[in-house]
Design a protein around this ligand. Structure first.
Ligand code: HEC
Ligand code: HEC
Length: 370
C-alpha cells in the first residue's frame, strides 16, 4: 500500500503537467533560449575525431563517418539521399551532427532513444552504412601504434570496440553551434521581423521551439516522397532491408518511407509519414533539407510551408496555407539563417588533414619485442 501511495505521489505532478500541456494555448510565450554549455574531454575528442575520419572503421576500409556526414556541408550529406556502403545507397538524407549531442532520440524516425554510443554502433555495423564487424575493427585499431598512444592518453587503456563507441560521441560533443547572430542577440531588422512571423503568423514555433528549435516529436508535414528510392536499385535494396528488419508489412511492395510508424505501428496507419522535427540550427550549411532531401534551398522550404505542404491524409492540421507575401517569406529565411554559425565548423581545429598520425612501419615485426 505504502508503495502505491508513493507511486501516486510521483504520478500526480506528471499527470498535472500532461493536463497543463494539453490545455496549452497559443497565447503562452514559447521558449527558445540558448544551448547549454558542454564540457569536452580534449584527449578523448581528439581520438574520436581521428576515428570519425578513418576509413578503416568500415568493412572494406573504404568509407568513414565523414563520407556521409560531410564536414564541409555542416556534417550532413550534400546529396538529397545519403551515399551508402559501396554496393548500396541510403534512402534518407544524412542529418547534421552539429548539436546532435543535445538530442534525446536520433534518426529521422526517432527510433534510437538511448544514447550516441548506440547510434554509433548502428552506424558502424549496419550493412548498408559501414558494414563493420566490431571484433575486426578492434583488431585493426590495435595495429596502429598512434592509436595505442591516443587511447592511452585518453585514459581508455587498450583500444576496444566499446572505447571506440565512447570516443566518437566525445568528438560529437565538440560539434556545437554558439557563434550565431541569434545567440549573440545580434539580429538584423529583417531577422527580427522573421522571428516575429516564426512565432506568430507562420506558426513555425508550434513544433520548432526550445534551444534546438525542435520539440523532439514526430509529425507528418506532407513532404513529398523521393522517388529515387524506388528507381535506384542500390537504394531500393537498402530500403527493403531496413523495412524488413523493422517488421513493416508488405515491404517488397512498399512505396513510401513510413517514418515513425516503425516505433508505433498503428494498425490504422495514422502514424505513417511522421518524421522527427529537426533542429533549425546551422541550416546555412546543411542543404538539402527534410528526411529525404526533397528541398534544395530554404526558399523552397518556406515556399512549401507557405503553400500548406503537399497532400497527405495524415498531415498535421497545423500545416496549412500561410498567405505570406514575398517580403515576409524573405524575412523568415533571414531569421532561419541567423541560427547558423558565422563560419562553418570545418574551420580551424576541426580540419582533420592538419593532424599528423604518421609512424614508422616495422619492416620485420617478428624480430621486434612486443
Ligand atoms: C553511408 C552513410 C553514413 C555513414 C558512413 C555514417 N552515417 Fe550517420 N547517418 C546516416 C544517415 C542516412 C542517417 C539517418 C538514418 C535514419 O534516419 O534512419 C544517419 C544518422 C546519424 C546520426 C543521428 C543524427 C540525428 O540527428 O538523428 C548520428 C549521430 C550519426 N549518424 C553518426 C554517425 C557516426 C558517428 C558515423 C561513423 C561511425 C556515421 N554516422 C556514419 C548516414 C551515414
Ligand atoms: C506541425 C509541426 C511543424 C510546423 C508547424 C513546422 N514544422 Fe518545420 N518541420 C517539421 C518536421 C516534422 C520536419 C521534418 C520533416 C521531414 O523530415 O520530412 C520539419 C522540417 C523543417 C525544415 C528542414 C530542416 C532540415 O534540416 O532538413 C525546415 C527548414 C523547417 N522545418 C522550417 C519550418 C518553418 C520555417 C516553419 C514555419 C513556416 C515550420 N518549419 C513549421 C515540423 C513542423
Amino acid at each position: 500500500m505504502g508503495f502505491i501511495a508513493n507511486k501516486n505521489r510521483l504520478l500526480m505532478p506528471a499527470l498535472l503537467s500532461i493536463l497543463l500541456c494539453s490545455t496549452y494555448s497559443g497565447a503562452e510565450p514559447t521558449k527558445f533560449g540558448k544551448l547549454p554549455k558542454i564540457k569536452v574531454n580534449l584527449a578523448k575528442a581528439a581520438l574520436g575525431k581521428r576515428l570519425f575520419f578513418d576509413t578503416r572503421l568500415s568493412g572494406d576500409a573504404i568509407i568513414s563517418c565523414a563520407t556521409c556526414h560531410q564536414p564541409n556541408n555542416g556534417f550532413a550529406s550534400k546529396e538529397a539521399l545519403s551515399p551508402g556502403y559501396p554496393g548500396n545507397k541510403h534512402f534518407r538524407n544524412a542529418p547534421t551532427l552539429i548539436n546532435t549531442v543535445f538530442k534525446k532520440s536520433w534518426m529521422h524516425d526517432g527510433r534510437i532513444g538511448t544514447n550516441l554510443n548506440d547510434v554509433t554502433r548502428e552506424m558502424l555495423t549496419e550493412d548498408y552504412i559501414m558494414n563493420m564487424d566490431m571484433r575486426l575493427m578492434q583488431e585493426r585499431v590495435k595495429q596502429d601504434p598512434v592509436y595505442i598512444e591516443m587511447f592511452k592518453k585518453a585514459g581508455y587503456g587498450e583500444p576496444s570496440n566499446g572505447k571506440v563507441r565512447k570516443a566518437i560521441p566525445e568528438f560529437l560533443k565538440s560539434l556545437t553551434s554558439t557563434n550565431t547572430a541569434y545567440d549573440k542577440n545580434n539580429l538584423t531588422a529583417a531577422a527580427k521581423r522573421g522571428f516575429t512571423l516564426f512565432k506568430g503568423k507562420a506558426g513555425c514555433a508550434a513544433c520548432h521551439n526550445g534551444p534546438m528549435f525542435s520539440d523532439g516529436q514526430a509529425y507528418n508535414t506532407g513532404v513529398p516522397e523521393n522517388l529515387d528510392i524506388f528507381t535506384d536499385v542500390e537504394r531500393h535494396q537498402a530500403f527493403i532491408a531496413f523495412n524488413m528488419f523493422m517488421g513493416n508489412e508488405n515491404y517488397m511492395a512498399l512505396k513510401r518511407d513510413v517514418g515513425a510508424h516503425v516505433r508505433t505501428h498503428n494498425a490504422d496507419g495514422s502514424d505513417i509519414g511522421k518524421f522527427m522535427v529537426p533542429t533549425l540550427r546551422e541550416l546555412t550549411y546543411t542543404a538539402p533539407y527534410m528526411h529525404n532531401g526533397m528541398f534544395a534551398t530554404l526558399e523552397e522550404v518556406v515556399g512549401f510551408y507557405n503553400a500548406g505542404g503537399e497532400q497527405d491524409k495524415n498531415k498535421d492540421p497545423r500545416i496549412k496555407p500561410l498567405n505570406l507575401n514575398k517580403h515576409q517569406q524573405m524575412d523568415l529565411i533571414v531569421f532561419l539563417k541567423s541560427l547558423s554559425s558565422d563560419k562553418p565548423l570545418t574551420s580551424a581545429k576541426y580540419v582533420w588533414q592538419k593532424d599528423d598520425y604518421s609512424y614508422q612501419v616495422i619492416s620485420n615485426w617478428q624480430s621486434v619485442k612486443n
